[in-house]
Design a protein around this ligand. Sequence first.
Ligand code: G4P
Ligand code: NA
Ligand code: NA
Length: 195
Amino acid sequence: MKQLKEAILERGTVLSTGVLKVDQFLNHQVDTTLMSEIGVEFARLFENDQVTKVITIESSGIAPSFMCAHQLQVPLIFARKKKSLTMNQATVYSSRVYSFTKQEYSEVTVSKELIEKGDRVLLIDDFLANGEAASGLVSIVEQAGATVAGVGIVIEKSFQDGRKKLEERGLRIESLARIASLDGSTVTFIDEIAL
Ligand code: G4P
Ligand code: NA
Ligand code: NA
């Protein structure tokens, strides 16, 4: 997606650790115009997939998924990473997610009331790296007896194995920007290298 790639090149910064910082438009400050365009693009890509719900993880997944759910006219669920006072363990689906960036586990939860058998759930997230977060969401959808309709990712770090993990589960993944490398503090997109 052209506008997104321009934002990454012009407003993103590569940290030496192979991490792309996009606090200017996605992870801290939100470019609402760009997020709306991203949501419209996700909705277009999955318009024929009978999506009944969109699911993401707080906090950075919410901005890019909001307009997608709005366009598809379905609810948006954000899985929680912090325990909520009003939710007890018996009433939630949960999945333990390991973060390689933070080197810690977190418990991701969604209230059982929110996903039904027969739902076709579209997963949206800001980053796909090792696929741990997305796999956690897939597990939650499956615990509910619902189906994952597809996976929409804003920025895929294609040099990590998240896509491979999800494809092995038979899932369709649509990433709006696919980064082949962050080496030498330079962003190289997948469609710019000779395959
Ligand atoms: P994984 O889910 O694909 O396995 O990724 P990983 O554990 O490595 O990522 C943990 C967190 O770091 C996630 O956010 C993920 O979106 C984010 N992340 C991974 N790689 C990058 C990167 O290169 N740049 C940026 N900006 N973020 C990255 P989170 O912990 O869920 O945080 P948030 O949603 O509260 O922002
Ligand atoms: Na994040
Ligand atoms: Na995220």
